[in-house]
Ligand binder design. Structure first.
Ligand code: ADP
Length: 259
């Protein structure tokens, strides 16, 4: 809190009181802290893949290159880590663009079932490798909404990608939707590992991961859900999650049909 005093003097030059000005800096400080925490987190997250790329490159240069198999293994790790670094930078930039609402929304009429089908098609191969089935909602009756198609596709893509990553072999993912009172509500449900109750309130935070190692192995950046939440809010909607450990997780997105 910042406090300023000034005497209040009337036109005759008599002191009549004091003027007190109070400035509340709590909000500004909070935002500053959030920003510096974010920078600290980003630096830490970026350092991990870079350290590993540096380490493996040094070992190769120090002589490990002589052995072809070691060489191949190390190069694969270096490649994977560079990919992760690339994804992380892409996600960080996306997130800051979305946050600053620099993303200019392009509103068009979007057929939700069509968009779900074309988005799921992008992940079909990855799902098949784990023998995970993906069920799409009934295409009839058609549900259309006026929204930004790219944002909505990114939301569906991130949610279904997570469902594939966090569901063991042979599991099932199901997409469903229902339209009611000027809104559409859609769900992405999986039969995966679930999220412990204690972690649920935090999973939409940037870089928050229930199991750091598992997320890293799957190429995760810890930013997918933060991006989803911001995108949903930019589309004037909201998102909720329900989960039971060992049973599965369901994300529910509610969007206005028109705005
Ligand atoms: P990540 O890149 O780690 O997947 P996200 O922001 O997409 O980052 O998700 C944050 C965390 O939430 C994940 O690390 C994971 O622990 C948990 N999570 C997200 N989706 C699911 C899901 N469908 N099932 C189980 N856990 C999930």
């Amino acid at each position: 809190l910042d406090v300023n005093f000034a005497p209040y003097i009337n036109f005759k030059g008599e002191a009549k009181g004091v003027v007190v000005v109070l400035h509340d800096f709590t909000e500004i400080r909070r935002l500053e802290k959030m920003r510096s925490d974010f920078v600290a987190n980003v630096s830490h997250e970026l350092r991990t893949p870079i350290t590993s790329i540096k380490g493996f490159t040094e070992t190769l240069l120090d002589g490990a290159m002589q052995d072809e198999e070691t060489c191949r293994n190390f190069l694969q790790i270096i490649y994977d880590e560079s990919e992760r670094l690339y994804r992380m930078i892409r996600d960080i930039l996306d997130l800051s663009k979305i946050e600053q609402k620099r993303l200019t929304l392009q509103l068009t009429e979007v057929d939700l079932q069509d968009l779900m089908a074309s988005t799921v098609a992008l992940l079909q191969e990855q799902a098949q490798r784990k023998q995970i089935s993906i069920q799409l909602p009934d295409p009839h009756p058609r549900v259309t909404l006026t929204t930004d198609k790219d944002c909505l596709q990114q939301i569906i893509l991130n949610l279904v990608t997570n469902a594939v990553v966090y569901t063991p072999e042979g599991g099932a993912i199901s997409l469903s939707l229902r339209q009611e009172r000027g809104q559409v509500q859609f769900q992405v449900a999986d039969t995966g590992i679930g999220i412990p109750e204690a972690d649920l309130p935090r999973i939409f935070e940037r870089f928050y991961r229930v199991d750091r190692a598992r997320s890293r192995d799957s190429g995760g950046t810890g930013l997918g859900l933060a991006i989803v939440k911001h995108l949903v809010e930019n589309l004037h909607g909201h998102i909720t999650v329900q989960s039971a450990e060992g049973e599965g997780t369901t994300f529910t997105v509610t969007l206005p049909l028109q705005w």
